[in-house]
Design a protein around this ligand. Structure first.
Ligand SMILES: C[S@@+](CC[C@H](N)C(=O)[O-])C[C@H]1O[C@@H](n2cnc3c(N)ncnc32)[C@H](O)[C@@H]1O
Length: 257
């Protein structure tokens, strides 16, 4: 659908229902299913708002299989909609940092785990629209808002394992509201799957603290009704589309697909 700027709400809905069906049935294989579905929910919002420049991010890259998978999905939607979709990966390349107590789940993880074997080798495999940012995520995230200037974040994967690292990365949700789609789709990897994960530790605690400290940004777990593994949304409540300041081109009657 190259002419999506003129498409009706029904055309867009039907086209994304078809993507959802094909991705879930594996008739359309564009990398990890939950990444492809998460990004599709960002692309759909971009179409409703009239945005044509999107950014997808993976926080925590390790050897790069997730990042390459995200690139595969981005490549598909770039071609399908003629949109400029960039992909960014953030990692220290050194593996997990020093643990900061029980909140980082030392019963599960250890320092140095998931070390990136060779950043240059991974960079060589990335398409031109993707970039790997090496360094502690708390530092690299600081410059990110200027890096993505007139783009909108359309999908974020959070896979940093630790409470301490996730908390440092939360700055990614504190940018100007215009840097996001209004209901930013997230894949939060490290919540509730393991028996010792809980709301008082790890990613779940980082989310809870973030929500407590931000009036206009709220991260919500979407129910199983959405049937996307680890699917969350960051509600950008001060986005002009959500304050009523700007009408979206197509109304936000967006259900699970
Ligand atoms: C589980 S691995 C990521 C796996 C990857 N998302 C995938 O699915 O292929 C977690 C990664 O987070 C990175 N990481 C954790 N804390 C970090 C921090 N504070 N700064 C940068 N990278 C960090 C580690 O280096 C590690 O590679």
């Amino acid at each position: 659908m190259r002419n999506w700027q003129k498409a009706t709400a029904r055309d867009v809905r039907d086209s994304f229902l078809a993507f959802g069906r094909k991705i879930r049935k594996k008739e359309l294989e564009i990398g990890r299913m939950h990444y492809a579905l998460g990004l599709a929910h960002g692309v759909r919002q971009a179409i409703h708002c009239g945005y044509d420049k999107l950014v997808a991010v993976e926080l925590g890259v390790a050897a790069g299989s997730g990042l390459l998978s995200l690139c595969q999905a981005a490549e598909y939607f770039r071609n399908e909609f003629g949109m400029d979709i960039r992909v960014y990966g953030f990692d220290s390349a050194a593996g997990l940092p020093e643990l900061a107590g029980y909140k980082d789940h030392p019963e599960v993880w250890w320092e140095g785990q998931f070390k990136m074997p060779d950043p240059e080798e991974l960079r060589a495999k990335l398409p031109a629209f993707a970039k790997l940012l090496i360094g502690d995520v708390g530092d690299t995230i600081t410059e990110f808002e200027s890096e993505i200037a007139d783009y909108q974040l359309g999908f974020i994967v959070v896979d940093l394992d630790f409470y301490s690292s996730t908390t440092r990365a939360m700055k990614i949700f504190e940018m100007n509201p215009l840097r996001y789609v209004p209901a930013l789709p997230l894949y939060m990897d490290d919540t509730e799957v393991l028996i010792s994960q809980n709301p008082w530790c790890g990613e779940e605690l980082a989310i809870q603290e973030f929500n407590n400290n931000h009036e206009f940004r709220k991260i919500e777990r979407k129910s199983h009704f959405w049937a996307i593994h680890n699917f969350y949304v960051c509600h950008v409540l001060d986005h002009p589309v959500r304050t009523g300041e700007t009408r979206p081109r197509l109304p936000f009657e967006i259900r699970a697909f």
